[in-house]
Design a protein around this ligand. Structure first.
Ligand code: F1P
Length: 626
């Protein structure tokens, strides 16, 4: 057992599953609740961080509890049934590629996964000499695959326009809209459009909250809330012309960070059902619930195989933390879709941890050619769009120092000579050169490769004996394994850098309406003040004013978030405002003076006599109660 006596309380998590109880943070949807497992993650060491994330990810596969009937889970009969229904619709589309299309759509991470899945399944079809049947939509267009574009997420009209463009000329469209939080207006707009055109469209909503917890906030410039659209979907689902796939997978390890469990569960659900449909089409056999369950259960093994390397992952987390603390950088150098996983993980660090794009970056062999994204080469748009290994060698490597960490990600079927050559050049710049390699049973990492890297984490996968689709399943699982490792590295690294308080990202960028609401909820949680007071403090911080005018109070949220997106540390500043009752200028200077946000916040929130606590607070206290 790795846990020292002193820190034992941190990894023993007696509250596991507490979030399923009816009253637990009742005002928040599952995807925004704080996970009892990780509540002390900010004080954990690297080994403990990885252990806590492992426990948290394991919740994805937890079965429905008969004694708690609150939530359906991944393996619940109703979820499997819906997956079967959707599988049948996919099969129908695959039979008529000329007139039909499967569209995957999402914002942020959900959009990046839509891109990855659509391109992967088109490759699968290409290998069978079939025409592509998939397309993807990501809010903000292809540049959002690599960079954070949070604002378009709030626009349902943009969603509809993008959908119309992509499906032009098609007679049957299976539309899969992914919004982990059942919250993105961009997706709500698209689903509503589908519901109004059911002769062409079959809409599917993928997310991880019950419909009753879908976001119910008025969407600017639109007549429906996300919840109203989801309720319409529920009604139409009765006639099997619309479907909702929304098992609860538990709150995120870092509250609200749906790139983590939400992204993983999206991958598991969609890959399982799409693969099952492809297999059924090629074998000319019906998909059974057992087939689907078998596909999904293999992902549970991925969790086991991945986290069996917990100590190695923890060593990388520690290394990443050291680099970030020294203002160094993290670079992922990946091959094929493992390169995409690196790019995805890196791109999420900007909105999640408020980093600069240059702090964590991903690169892929052959750049945009390998990405196969619709808009092609985006390199000319700026340095954050340089993603090829050549770009790394030419424009980044010259400035790499020993403070930086470089992680190579490959399989033993990739070009090992090229890997060795690149690695040797990187090694001249930093000793912190590590590898994640995926091998198949019977394959071994050569001594040459081993001695090139400071450490090689070797993930061993069983030999695939079965058909074509089986090889894709293995590829998808290596991607998920990589995702878990990289999520741990970037999340753990930022925890060690002091970016997280309890299990909240307190210094979030308030760049869209969901994040605005989350910021207010965080302020409420830690100050126990009313939503109105918290929102006022947030606005004072965003507008840098002590006197909030009615004009500002009444402006649309989109105006607030446009301005907030250009500012730093607005939430920590608001926290100081609320706890110190000082001027905005003073709060700003207190926050700016200390580089580690967690320590500053800790100081103000744990004044003498006050215990460090993130206990649940009543999120909807009235102003009169103040
Ligand atoms: C979409 C998303 C997240 C991102 C951030 C803002 O969320 O872009 O991927 O990390 O939280 O929202 P969702 O619509 O999938 O819930």
């Amino acid at each position: 057992m790795f846990v020292s006596q002193k820190q034992k309380h941190i990894v023993e998590t007696p509250d596991t599953g507490k979030w399923e109880l009816a009253g637990y943070e009742a005002a928040l949807p599952v995807t925004e609740k704080s996970n009892p497992i990780t509540r002390e993650i900010d004080k954990a060491d690297p080994v403990q961080i990885v252990h806590l994330l492992k426990e948290c990810d394991a919740e994805i596969f937890q079965e429905e509890d008969d004694t708690l009937v609150n939530y359906k889970r991944l393996y619940s009969a109703s979820v499997l049934q819906t997956m079967m229904d959707v599988t049948k619709k996919v099969e129908a589309i695959l039979k008529d590629p000329e007139h039909s299309l499967i569209i995957l759509s999402g914002c942020g991470t959900s959009g990046r996964l839509a891109f990855l899945l659509a391109t992967s399944f088109n490759k699968l079809l290409k290998g069978l000499h079939k025409n592509p049947s998939y397309a993807y939509i990501i809010a903000g267009g292809d540049k959002a695959i690599l960079t954070s574009q949070e604002a378009p997420e709030d626009n349902p009209h943009l969603g509809v326009e993008a959908l119309k463009r992509v499906c032009a000329g098609k007679k049957k469209v299976l539309f899969i809209g992914i919004s982990c939080g059942l919250s993105a207006p961009f997706i709500a707009g698209q689903l509503d459009f589908c519901l109004n055109n059911l002769d062409v469209f079959t809409p599917v909503l993928v997310g991880f909250n019950p419909v009753s917890m879908a976001r119910n906030e008025i969407i600017e410039g639109w007549h429906l809330t996300f919840r109203q659209v989801a309720e319409k979907m529920e009604e139409v689902q009765e006639t099997r012309r619309a479907f909702i796939l929304n098992p609860a997978v538990g709150p995120e390890g870092i509250s609200g960070s749906s790139r983590m469990k939400g992204g993983s569960a999206t991958k598991i659900i969609l890959e399982s059902l799409l693969l099952a449909a492809h297999k059924a089409t090629s074998n000319n056999k019906e998909v059974t619930a057992k087939n689907l369950l078998d596909w999904m259960k293999t992902y549970e093994k991925v969790h086991k195989i991945t986290y069996s390397q917990g100590k190695m992952i923890a060593a990388m987390v520690k290394q990443a933390g050291t680099s970030l603390e020294k203002m160094g950088r993290i670079y992922y150098i990946g091959w094929q879709t493992l390169g995409v996983m690196g790019i995805i993980d890196a791109s999420e660090c900007v909105p999640t941890f408020g980093t600069d794009f240059s702090d964590v970056r991903g690169f892929i062999n052959k750049g945009y050619k390998e990405m196969a994204n619709r808009e092609g080469d985006l390199t000319s748009r700026g340095p954050e769009f340089e993603i090829s290994h050549e770009d790394f060698m030419k424009n980044v490597l010259p400035d790499v120092t020993e403070n930086d960490t470089v992680v190579f990600i490959f399989t033993l079927d990739d070009d090992l000579l090229e890997i060795e050559k690149l690695a040797n050049q990187v090694k001249n710049k930093t000793p912190n050169l590590h590898a994640i390699s995926h091998v198949t049973t019977g394959q071994y990492v050569s001594a040459n490769i081993k001695k090139t890297f400071a450490s090689v984490m070797s993930m061993t996968w069983p030999i695939v004996f079965f058909e074509y689709e089986g090889f894709f399943l293995q590829k998808f699982q290596r991607e998920l394994s990589t995702k878990w490792i990289l999520n741990a590295i970037s999340t753990g690294g930022h925890i060690l850098k002091g970016k997280i308080y309890f299990n909240h990202m307190i210094d979030l960028k308030v760049s869209n309406s969901k994040l605005f609401r989350r910021a207010v909820a965080i302020l409420q949680r830690f100050t126990s003040r009313s939503p109105i007071i918290c929102q006022e403090a947030l606005l004072k911080s965003i507008y840098e004013t002590d006197d909030l005018s009615d004009e500002i109070r009444n402006i649309k949220i989109s105006t607030h978030t446009t301005l907030a997106a250009t500012k730093f540390k607005v939430v920590p500043t608001a926290l100081v405002l609320l706890t110190r009752n000082c001027s905005v200028a003073e709060a700003m200077s207190r926050i700016q003076a200390k580089p580690v946000v967690r320590d500053t916040i800790d100081r103000y929130l744990t004044a003498p006599g006050r215990k460090r606590t993130a206990d649940q607070i009543e999120m909807h206290r009235d102003e009169e109660n103040e």
